[in-house]
Write a protein that binds this ligand. Structure first.
Ligand code: SAH
Ligand code: SF4
Ligand code: F3S
Length: 442
């Protein structure tokens, strides 16, 4: 192929998509393309999309509109769109019919076909649409162009079988498929040899890891294997479904030195009625018991969570239950979302949808409360010693460096090039709702 061809990938959505984008980038680099920040000089632009909430979709259509002028300026430009949104018929039809400047549509199950699809377009200049309902056999290990030198994602289980009634993920990411322990450990070793210090294990529900494998293996056992990988300093994982959070896993977090002291445990609601209608498979009492157990067994561990406000039929009383739960459990951090009806999911068909203004009011109340709690939780850390993995200059100020604590909190330190990639002890001097500040003591 001719020299100096450039690509740019625009990614929306969660870590799974970020990770897929790294693999799309890896394949393009193998084809001889180089990354560019400037869309105007790109030969290929890919959008990796998300469909979890309506605003995620709106952003993608907005961006597609914007890209039209680049195609006008450079008719050879290849514009491709993949990801979760393209696993649904409606958005695919809309993109195909209304956005004629899009050359390629692909899905989440065939990202490894990207090189072939691009070659086909280069040869024929035809528009190509290839979306699969599920993977065909084993997906090969793919090259990855990582964003970060010291941290890497490892996908351990794909898809989701839970079918929470509000959620589109099981429809766009398919059924649960666990990777073999062997291939996960091999990848971890390869990454460690490449200088990676921290891995984050990814899955919609990491706690179901192994359920679909013939060989008997569980998520806690996988952690034990990965903890043996020399050179790795930290192992993170997300997301844990509360229903499947075992005592065995808590013991591993406590006893395995590399496993981070942080659990992301989305609760969604504090009302038993709403939890049941969401098909979450646990009660408020069970959830509270699990979090209290974490707080008792693993002192200093951080728990973060997700909430949805304004699920259909959520009464003021239901919402109050969520507020009470937040006050009782004092999460370190929470992501709060307004319920967004997703076409094809059971909750979207309900006729008791909550008015937008009510949803926004609830969101604001919940966010205000959680901000205060996060601030208080962080203030308690002032004077304590935390270990942080230094990642480099902060986004806002290159003179300030940053890293994360084992509990996943961002901590700023003075500029220290020599510490990048190292785990160092820091004394916490100041704290805000979302960040800490400290001085390196070792
Ligand atoms: N697998 C993870 C999270 C997947 S999506 C889990 O089970 O927790 C991330 C978060 O998006 C969810 O935790 C939920 O809070 C939110 N979310 C999912 N569907 C949504 C919808 N239709 N409207 C609003 N928020 C939603
Ligand atoms: Fe969606 Fe529920 Fe699966 Fe999470 S567990 S991805 S919220 S269906
Ligand atoms: Fe993630 Fe969005 Fe897909 S949250 S799994 S990118 S729908």
């Amino acid at each position: 192929m001719s020299e100096n061809k450039f690509y740019n990938i625009i990614t929306y959505g969660c870590q799974m998509n970020e990770h897929d984008s790294e693999r799309l980038a890896g394949m393009l680099e193998e084809m001889g393309y180089q990354q560019t920040e400037e869309l105007g000089s790109a030969d290929i632009i890919l959008l990796n999309t998300c469909i979890i909430r309506e605003n995620a979709e709106l952003k993608v259509f907005g961006k597609l509109g914007e890209l039209k002028r680049y195609k006008r300026e450079n008719p050879d430009l290849i514009i491709g769109i993949g990801g979760c949104m393209m696993q649904q018929d409606e958005p695919v039809d809309e993109v195909y019919k209304k956005y004629r400047h899009v050359d390629l549509i692909f899905g989440t199950h065939n990202i490894h076909h990207l090189p072939n699809l691009i070659k086909k377009i280069e040869e024929t200049r035809d528009r190509v649409v290839e979306v699969w309902d599920e993977e065909e056999g084993l997906i090969p290990d793919l090259p990855s162009q990582r964003e970060s030198e010291h941290s890497a994602w490892i996908s351990i289980i794909q898809g989701c079988d839970n079918f929470c009634t509000y959620c589109i993920v099981p429809y766009v990411r398919g059924r649960e498929r666990s990777r073999s322990v062997k291939s996960i450990v091999e990848e971890a070793v390869r990454l460690a040899e490449d200088g990676v210090k921290e891995i984050t294990l990814l899955g919609q529900n990491v706690n179901s890891y192994g359920n679909d494998l013939e060989k008997e293996i569980t998520f806690p056992k996988l952690l034990e294997e990965l903890n043996k990988v020399e050179e790795l300093k930290r192992i993170r994982f997300m997301t844990s479904h509360p229903r499947d959070l075992s005592d065995d896993l808590l013991a591993k977090i406590k006893n395995l030195d590399k496993v981070a002291n942080h659990i992301h445990l989305p609760v969604q609601s504090g009302s038993n009625k709403v939890l049941k209608e969401m098909n979450r498979g646990y009660t408020r009492e069970y959830y509270i018991d699990r979090v209290k157990k974490i707080q008792q067994e693993i002192p200093g561990a951080a728990v973060s969570t997700d909430f949805i406000v304004g699920f259909p039929g959520e009464s003021e009383e239901d919402f109050e239950k969520t507020i009470e739960l937040v006050k009782e459990l004092k999460f370190d951090m929470a992501y709060t979302f307004i319920y967004s009806p997703r076409s094809g999911t059971p909750a979207a068909r309900r006729d008791d949808q909550i008015a937008e203004a009510v949803k926004k009011g609830r969101l604001n109340r919940l966010m205000e409360l959680q901000n205060k709690i996060s601030y208080d939780q962080n203030q308690k850390l002032i004077g304590s010693i935390q270990k942080i993995l230094v990642t480099g200059p902060s986004n806002n100020d290159p003179e300030v460096f940053e890293g994360r604590t084992s509990t996943n909190k961002i901590c700023f330190i003075d500029k220290r090039e020599d510490l990048v990639g190292e785990v160092v002890k820091v004394k916490i001097e100041d704290a805000k709702s979302w960040t800490l500040e400290g001085t390196v003591i070792e």
